[in-house]
Design a protein around this ligand. Structure first.
Ligand SMILES: [Fe+2]
Ligand SMILES: [Fe+2]
Length: 315
């Protein structure tokens, strides 16, 4: 079978001891091997072992995609509404859905099924965060073995959702913001390896040439998305503006941002400091208050700092 007829998914979206209505594969020694048979379930011990071995991906046949989405939707609905389910389990499932969606979008940004999955993941993340106050810190503190860019997208989404709510951004805008946050750096994942490495370099250390190469990640993908009628224009604009700031030193030199755009850009800059400069959350906000003064509204920066304290992200 060709590689094209398989679709990846995160192991965390297939819960142990739950009947799976489609066969699940692993990719081993250059081939797809059936790991869970249709109608069977994954044993808890096997699941734990895979996690320990840092095997993060399973595969399904493309033709089973509809069954997988149905399976995942009902699993997430029942887990998120279950008062007895542990918060860790809820975080793991919502993260798994978000990671799978981002992973797939980075392969094919204009794929409607992957976009729909991202919308659902964004909605579930809102539900998780609003109904489980402690979950924000759990998502933020996760160590994503798979990819720093994906973990960054999850962090930015989680922080943006709750910060925007605090600032009384409308529910509709929070909805767009959460989707855009999950998708905002898929352009980085599409870059050649050498260029994508620039993601790990602090902004202040980029040469003018490196900066313009890096900024390309905001443009190419947006052109692709803009052609798709099912993607809302607000989402596209948020993605396009995520590296802009009030001094106009972003890729488009745009100095006027809407409130949701400013929130996404600020949270993006904050989390990127932690990932690229390996700063602690507390040191990252200290650096923001110096380096980013003028790039963002001072009042917004102060509110963000207070928000991080309230959420116990910093002490
Ligand atoms: Fe970015
Ligand atoms: Fe980013």
């Amino acid at each position: 079978m060709s590689q094209k007829s398989f679709t990846p998914l995160r192991i965390t979206t297939i819960k142990a001891e739950r009947t799976v209505p489609f066969p699940v594969y692993i990719f081993f020694k250059e081939q797809y091997l059936e790991y869970i048979q249709e109608g069977n379930s994954l044993e808890k011990e096997k699941y734990k072992k895979l996690r320990r071995q840092k095997i993060t991906k399973f595969y399904i046949k493309d033709s089973d995609e509809g069954k997988y989405q149905q399976f995942l939707d009902s699993l997430l609905d029942s887990t998120l509404d279950d008062p007895n389910a542990a918060m860790e389990e809820k975080v793991e499932m919502v993260s798994g859905q978000s990671e799978t969606a981002i992973d797939r979008l980075s392969d094919d940004p204009a794929n409607q099924t992957s976009f729909d999955m991202t919308r659902k993941a964004a909605k579930n993340m809102q539900k998780l965060i609003f109904e489980n106050p402690e979950s924000l810190n759990q998502i933020f503190g996760q160590d994503n073995e798979g990819s720093h860019v994906i973990q960054h997208c999850l962090n930015v989404a989680a922080l943006s959702i709750k910060f925007a709510k605090l600032l009384k951004v409308s529910d509709e805008d929070i909805d767009y913001l959460s989707t855009a946050a999950l998708m905002h750096d898929i352009g980085v994942m599409q870059m050649e390896k050498e260029q994508a490495e620039l993601f790990h370099k602090p902004k202040t250390e980029l040469s003018p040439n490196e900066k313009s190469v890096y900024f390309e990640h905001c443009k190419g993908v947006v052109q692709l998305l803009a052609e798709r009628p099912y993607i809302n224009a607000h989402i596209i604009e948020l993605i396009e503006c995520h590296e802009e700031n009030l001094q106009g030193s972003g890729p488009m030199k745009k100095a006027k941002l809407s409130r949701p755009q400013e929130i996404l850009s600020l949270v993006n800059t904050y989390d990127k400091k932690i990932i690229t400069s390996k700063l602690s959350p507390g040191d990252a906000i200290k650096e923001m208050m110096i380096d980013e003064l003028g790039n963002y509204n001072l009042d917004l920066l102060n509110k963000f700092k207070d928000f991080l304290k309230t959420e116990k992200v910093i002490s």
